[in-house]
Design a protein around this ligand. Structure first.
Ligand SMILES: NC(=O)C1=CN([C@@H]2O[C@H](COP(=O)(O)OP(=O)(O)OC[C@H]3O[C@@H](n4cnc5c(N)ncnc54)[C@H](OP(=O)(O)O)[C@@H]3O)[C@@H](O)[C@H]2O)C=CC1
Ligand SMILES: O=C1O[C@H](COP(=O)(O)O)[C@@H](O)[C@H](O)[C@H]1O
Length: 499
């Protein structure tokens, strides 16, 4: 791997502390960082190198997935860190930064390969990229790359404007837009499950699949992010990015090769084939919800409108459910349902594929009922793949019951999303980053939904905290003769045989 300088904007912030430093440290211990590297942290605070290095060490002790710290590893890692006070809006500060970067490159005798990581508020993304360009930081003799956090715009127009500005300083292949869902092992695994298993791949079409359900439910509420979340809602915070990324990964066609260009092209093609949802039809296909007071994990929690920083009449969506259609022959007639919400009874991110129940008629002649075969792919908090099949229950006169073929991954100590993604970016592999084409198409699809919400054309459905979301989300499936398949605690997955 190329030696490089990692320039971190937002080095004193929450994300750096909780995710980026632990990720870099784990990569260092796993020998996945280059032999020589330099990290330059930036923020407005006036810190010296030593204090900064102490803060980095503190964050490792608090947030790293490893709990044992070898002093020599730790000091070798920490010694790569320097701090430069910088206001992102001040061009002079970038010139000072350039001097420090160059000095470190000379000391370490490394090429001018520079990774710029923007872990700051999105309103600074364009200013920073412009200043990187104008200060000479971005015109060294090595490569330059930009890792950029979400959110990428707050609607179609702002995303296009941002992209336009970024593209003045960075080529598309130099931009790595983080979507941490793409760093999750089971999201990455969707491709292998379908394309490395002919037995599943052969069924991956409308002849065999009745519907696909993608859920990301969370038990947490708005937490301390009222300012951001009340302007964003579930539709921007989760749906436009993470949920549509999972949809693309689940529904893409077979790539001819397993490289970034091919996989991203197949993903793009899923979004390009999504049936448009005109504003006038949003209310028929989208459910918009907000949590009321309730009980989550045995604890009483307040309604969204009573959360600190949220207005008493906020119409913000904390839950969204949607029915989507992909206008490709492979998926004709197969509804894809997506739902995501906060303050739901259980934390669960999963894809459930319901197969057509063609065995039903045969077994009905014996007064027995079969359950549709289900493939359940749990993305988090556990990683698991389960097949729910039908079989004879020896303990019940050989009647048909549900067999569960279950694979549970023990991923307790595997690299977490930020490690995998930063490692990929350092290697120049953009497969699991969001390409502009995907981001733009995602905003294009979502834009009429944003407008319909804004104009209050979609009724806001209240649901008690701790429930599964508004009943209207169940009706969305019932209209097509389906129901949500939930997790074991929430009863609706078929009860497996005890044999
Ligand atoms: N925190 C999280 O879990 C997640 C965050 N994100 C995204 O990551 C980014 C960072 O979030 P987070 O770390 O939570 O934010 P924080 O508010 O915790 O940190 C913001 C950082 O920006 C720096 N900063 C603010 N203004 C300036 C300025 N004018 N010049 C230079 N530096 C400045 C701050 O440093 P100082 O105060 O020293 O100036 C600080 O280091 C955001 O885009 C967010 O959306 C995405 C997913 C999850
Ligand atoms: O990006 C975000 O994701 C989290 C959910 O992530 P997960 O990995 O825990 O599923 C969500 O809570 C947050 O609001 C959103 O900004």
């Amino acid at each position: 791997m190329d030696s490089m300088t990692f320039v971190l904007f937002g080095a004193t912030g929450d994300l750096a502390k909780r995710k980026i430093y632990p990720a870099l440290y784990n990569l260092f211990l796993d020998r996945k960082l280059p032999q020589s590297f330099s990290v330059i942290g930036l923020g407005r605070r006036a810190l010296g190198d030593e204090v900064f290095q102490g803060n980095v060490e503190q964050s490792l002790r608090e947030f790293s997935r490893r709990s044992v710290f070898d002093p020599s590893d730790l000091s070798a890692f920490i010694s790569a860190f320097r701090y430069v006070p910088l206001d992102v809006t001040n061009p002079d500060d970038y010139r000072k930064l350039l001097q420090v970067v160059e000095k470190r490159e000379q000391e370490l005798n490394i090429p001018q390969n520079r990774m710029f990581y923007l872990s700051v508020a999105p309103e600074f993304f364009d200013t920073i990229s412009l200043n990187i360009n104008e200060s000479g930081l971005g015109t060294g003799s090595g490569w330059k790359r930009l890792i950029i956090e979400k959110p990428f715009g707050h609607d179609l127009q702002s995303a296009q404007e941002l992209n336009e500005k970024l593209s003045k300083a960075f080529q598309e292949e130099e931009i790595y837009r983080i979507d941490h869902y793409l760093g999750k092992p089971m999201v990455q695994n969707l491709e292998a499950l379908v394309f490395a298993n002919p037995v599943i791949g052969a069924l991956w079409n409308n002849r065999h699949i009745a519907n696909v359900q993608i859920t990301a439910s969370e038990t947490v509420g708005v937490e301390e992010r009222a300012g951001y979340y009340d302007q964003s809602g579930a539709i921007r915070d989760m749906f436009q990015n993470h949920m549509l990324q999972v949809l693309m990964m689940a529904a893409m066609n077979r790539p001819s090769r397993l490289n970034a260009t091919e996989i991203r092209e197949q993903k793009r093609s899923v979004l390009a084939s999504l049936r448009d949802l005109p504003k006038s039809e949003v209310a028929g296909s989208i459910v918009r919800g907000q949590y009321g007071a309730g009980v989550v994990g045995g604890k009483e929690v307040p309604a969204y409108r009573d959360e600190p920083g949220i207005g008493a009449s906020s119409l913000n969506d904390t839950f969204v459910a949607a029915r989507l259609w992909i206008d490709e022959p492979q998926w004709e007639g197969v509804p894809f349902y997506i739902r995501t919400g906060k303050r739901i009874g259980a934390k669960s991110t999963r894809v459930v594929v319901e197969f057509k129940n063609t065995a039903r008629d045969l077994y009905m002649t014996r007064n027995e009922s079969t359950t549709p075969n289900l493939l359940v792919i749990e993305i988090g908090p556990n990683e698991r793949v389960s097949f729910f099949l039908n079989g004879k229950d020896a303990l019940n006169d050989g009647q048909i019951g549900t067999l569960n073929v279950d694979y549970s991954a023990n991923l307790s100590n595997v690299p977490e999303a930020y490690e995998r993604l930063i490692h990929d970016a350092l290697r120049g592999d953009s497969t699991f980053f969001a390409h502009w084409n995907e981001v733009e198409l995602a905003w294009k699809w979502v834009q009429p939904v944003l407008e319909a919400f804004q104009e209050n054309q979609v009724p806001l459905q209240f649901y008690p905290a701790g429930s599964n979301g508004p009943e209207a989300a169940d009706k969305l499936l019932a209209e097509n003769g389906f129901k949500w398949w939930l997790d074991e605690n929430k009863t609706a997955l078929p009860e497996p045989l005890s044999v």
